[in-house]
Design a protein around this ligand. Sequence first.
Ligand code: ADP
Ligand code: TYD
Length: 203
Amino acid sequence: MFITFEGIDGSGKSTQARLLAEHLRARGHEVVLTREPGGSPGAEEIRRLVLEGDPERWSAETEILLFTAARRDHLERVIEPALAAGKVVISDRFADSTRMYQGLSRGDLRGVVDRLHALMIGREPDLTFVIDMDPDLGLARARARNGTEERFEDFGADLQRKMRAGFVALAAEFPGRCRLIDGNRPAETVAAEVAAVADRALA
Ligand code: ADP
Ligand code: TYD
């Protein structure tokens, strides 16, 4: 079972991915908790290139290639071996993030993202939690972390609003695997809903 968390910056994906991993481990599942961009040593190196520095550093087209290169390495070295060994893989972001951030943020490149995905990745999650949340609150939470990985946060509130609408539409586009979750609630309340959905899917 391959489970992903998607949503805007600061929506609580990392928190929920960690809580779901703890929940499933307590129920006896072997779980690999991972993230994108990154998740393998090579992909973590690419992560630094895409998340640090000036927002204008890369065009959207170049980013599609960089994020897809990172994903291919992550898939080959971490995700596929774990799934083949019968483990549950939980990833904080995956291909839907490229569909949104590179596919929508600077013009309509969704077709290019989808073609490259089909060619180089060709795998969708079994279950995707799309965490929905107020974009200004998400941005404030993300900025409060005060790290160096602020390249996308520096695109600002307009991008964050566009991405929020995009993720809600994405959940409707893939109703078979996506569950839209209200992230404007205490983390434990969100986690209980996520755990119940995952338990049902794993049963
Ligand atoms: P993301 O991975 O989506 O960027 P995080 O899980 O890192 O989000 O959460 C961003 C910040 O918001 C963190 O400081 C986290 O502790 C806090 N946070 C996460 N979930 C909630 C919640 N449901 N309510 C309030 N704060 C939260
Ligand atoms: P992440 O570390 O998940 O940040 P956050 O915890 O703030 O949500 O991701 C960092 C940024 O990378 C995020 O702003 C979205 C962006 N991103 C893309 O633009 N395309 C992608 O394919 C992925 C995986 C992430």
